[in-house]
Design a protein around this ligand. Structure first.
Ligand SMILES: Nc1nc2c(ncn2[C@@H]2O[C@H](COP(=O)(O)OP(=O)(O)O)[C@@H](O)[C@H]2O)c(=O)[nH]1
Ligand SMILES: [Mg+2]
Length: 337
């Protein structure tokens, strides 16, 4: 038996023994994993705890039925886009969520702190983007329902720990586990006609977190060497804050959306509220449909004002445009039916 088990650990163990419900057992085990002294002598016990935890969690899913569990784990979409954070245990997914959003996830230097998908809203200029922190992906804990959440999201970010000497293995493990649930993380989606296989492709970039740590520069080089041609890699640190502003910008850019305001004829536009959000490439008619279905029939033309930030050489200043006119981010539109 390993020595040095603390009173806190023993108390949690007692709670585990006394627990009646599955939830109580899981909570107690989680506490045991959190407080167990981390050294060579407890490695086997730590591994046992992880296995026990995963087993109980799977049992719970079976008992409650897969459908109930997966609905439990669905994240209701909010805001202008939904982005998922994925990765091995302890890489800093929850810390990133906490730095970007209003959410206050549990953060710990022990694995499996996060058991449920946890959403938070990231304010970005005049919109909000939903970021979803996911439970860690590891062989002993991987749940297929995670795949469903990834599939439904607009974008995924694979978080990697630059302080870890096993980072290549960790990335490989995550990619393999996702593949076993028919999900492939890719840099760019293949054209629709080519995606005939049973694998669903999900667009991903790598967040190389803990850039502040001692081994980070060296590990970043290794990561770039092995995965740099396959994925875009952005170094970040939730501790120093480095890369976080670039990350916010990338999250927005990768959603590939435009924000459009409407105005009433003869009045100034109200730019303080939330804009309409559409996919890049949307037309006047697409926007009109979003405002009101009737516009599909009744819309005759629109007038457009470009945003002050527009980089167009020729800015619109209230010109009349047709229904098929392509809109640009920040455009202000007056619809005439
Ligand atoms: N040095 C360093 N540590 C970090 C950074 N981000 C997170 N951590 C630490 O890594 C551990 C795991 O963080 P957490 O966000 O819970 O990881 P998760 O399991 O992926 O959600 C915690 O002890 C954090 O304080 C970072 O940028 N630099
Ligand atoms: Mg976490």
């Amino acid at each position: 038996m390993p020595a040095n088990l603390t009173p806190q650990y023993l108390a949690a163990e007692q709670r585990f023994k006394d627990a009646v419900s599955l939830d109580e057992k899981l909570e107690a085990l989680k506490e045991m994993m959190a407080v167990i002294p981390k050294h060579k002598g407890t490695e086997k016990l730590q591994a046992d705890l992880k296995r026990k935890f995963a087993k109980l969690q799977t049992e719970g899913e079976k008992k409650h039925g897969a459908s109930k569990v997966s609905s439990l784990y669905t994240v209701i979409r909010e805001g202008a886009g939904q982005v998922v954070l994925l990765g091995a245990p302890n890489v800093g997914k929850s810390s990133i969520l906490a730095r970007l959003t209003n959410a206050t996830p549990e953060i710990g230097d022990y694995p499996f702190t996060t058991r449920m998908p946890q959403p938070g809203m990231m304010p970005f200029e005049n919109i909000q983007i939903q970021i979803v922190d996911m439970p860690a992906i590891a062989p002993e804990i991987y749940h297929p329902w995670m795949g469903n959440i990834v599939r439904q999201a607009d974008d995924t970010f694979l978080v990697v720990d630059l302080s870890s000497d096993d980072l290549l293995d960790e990335v490989d493990t995550v990619l393999q586990l996702l593949k076993s649930s028919h999900l492939e993380l890719v840099n760019a989606l293949p054209p629709k006609s080519e995606s005939g296989s049973s694998l669903t492709c999900c667009r991903t970039m790598i967040l190389a977190n803990k850039f502040d740590s001692v081994a980070a520069s060296e590990n970043l080089k290794i990561l770039q060497e092995f995965f740099g041609s396959q994925f875009e890699i952005l170094p970040v640190s939730t501790v120093s804050g480095e890369g976080l502003e670039a990350l916010r910008q990338r999250i927005f850019q990768r959603l590939d959306i435009i924000r459009i305001y409407t105005k009433v004829p003869g009045k100034k536009p109200d730019l303080t509220g939330a804009p309409f959000v559409l996919k890049s490439g949307s037309t006047v008619l697409d926007l009109a449909r979003t405002v009101h279905r009737e516009f599909e029939q009744t819309l005759k033309f629109a007038k457009v004002w470009s945003s002050e930030k527009s980089k167009r050489s020729l800015k619109f200043d209230g010109q009349m445009v047709e229904r098929t006119h392509r809109l640009e981010d920040g455009d202000i539109l007056e619809l005439h039916g």
